[in-house]
Design a protein around this ligand. Structure first.
Ligand SMILES: NC(=O)c1ccc[n+]([C@@H]2O[C@H](COP(=O)([O-])OP(=O)(O)OC[C@H]3O[C@@H](n4cnc5c(N)ncnc54)[C@H](OP(=O)(O)O)[C@@H]3O)[C@@H](O)[C@H]2O)c1
Length: 280
């Protein structure tokens, strides 16, 4: 046995939600490198073109599907359409997720006591309810697979306290719980379920912070490695969980965060600027 081959997924049929950019796109490309054919999803069909091209450039099949996970029945329909397009599913990486968003599209960072209940519900709908729907709809397809792996893209925000993002953090913690419960329930059915918890990663979702010096310095001051992750740094962990390399790994939350969740990562001793949210 060549251990590197354990990371191969030749001919596997994979669904990556939120595959148009950021972490999802990087994971889709990584799975294609490992030999997967892919369905990638997002709300904006045209935004998936470059991922489709990147997967096809790797010699693999790629299908783009659009759908807003906030819509009733959309998550389950996307899974069914994906399975139909690929003739089944072996790997599901449910990656799409959102922060609370203001009307102008910018992230709405407010402490819970100042946030509207409607903002809470939007985040719960997309990040948690759609996750449950994706898991439920994936089950019959994964049941038919000899190498079934479901990976939920949670976050370090589900592991550590994350002020100003309470709804987001609660959904990410709920994804960890769901991954553990499903892992136990589906273990004898041959379906592995794991969660991946990236730390602060440079993507469109986090541009509001990574491109703002004060906020970026404050956030990275809490990261022992002292910097943002790149999307490529999340891919290896996703591939590990999806592949036979993790054949005895289920119910795990794999944290990829530069040490942020290590208690007490703050002891790394980086100078701590005062919080930009101190007055909130
Ligand atoms: N970036 C980080 O620091 C970080 C850290 C930890 C965990 N995560 C998690 O990693 C995942 C990806 O994050 P990212 O930073 O790569 O985000 P991103 O750059 O904003 O990309 C999000 C992806 O999800 C899709 N999407 C968003 N809302 C959707 C909806 N309502 N219905 C369907 N698709 C939707 C987006 O496409 P459309 O806009 O076209 O729909 C896009 O493809 C999320 O679950 C996030 O919580 C991110």
């Amino acid at each position: 046995m060549n251990a590197v081959d354990l990371f191969r997924l030749d001919g596997a049929r994979a669904l990556v939600t939120g595959g148009s950019r950021g972490i999802g796109r990087a994971v889709a490309e990584g799975l294609a490198d490992a030999g997967c054919d892919l369905v990638v999803t997002a709300r904006t069909l045209s935004a998936l073109d470059s991922t489709v091209r990147a997967v096809e450039d790797r010699g693999r099949k790629a299908v783009a599907l659009d759908g807003d996970l906030a819509g009733p029945g959309v998550a389950a329909a996307l899974v069914d359409r994906a399975a139909s397009a690929l003739g089944g599913l072996d790997v599901v990486v449910h990656n799409a997720g959102t922060l609370p968003t203001a009307e102008d599209g910018s992230p709405l960072l407010l402490p819970l006591q100042h946030a509207e209940q409607g903002d809470w519900e939007t985040v719960i709908t997309v990040n948690l309810n759609a996750t449950a729907a994706v898991c439920r709809a994936s089950h019959p397809y994964l049941l038919e697979s000899a190498r079934a792996s479901l990976v939920l893209m949670s976050s370090v925000a589900g592991v550590v306290g994350t002020p100003m993002m309470e709804a987001y953090a609660a959904t990410k913690a709920a994804q960890l719980s769901l991954a553990r419960s499903l892992a136990v329930g589906w273990a004898r059915q041959g379906i592995r379920v794991n969660a991946l918890c990236p730390g602060w990663t440079r993507t469109d979702m986090t541009a509001f912070a990574s491109e703002a010096d004060v906020l970026s310095d404050w956030l990275t001051s809490h990261v022992p490695m002292g910097r943002w992750a790149t999307t490529d740094e999340v891919v290896g962990a996703a591939l590990f969980l999806a592949s036979p390399a993790a054949s005895f790994v289920t119910g795990h939350a794999l944290v990829v965060d530069g040490g942020l969740a290590v208690p007490d990562g703050g002891l790394a001793g980086h100078p701590k600027p005062s919080s930009p949210f101190a007055a909130a």
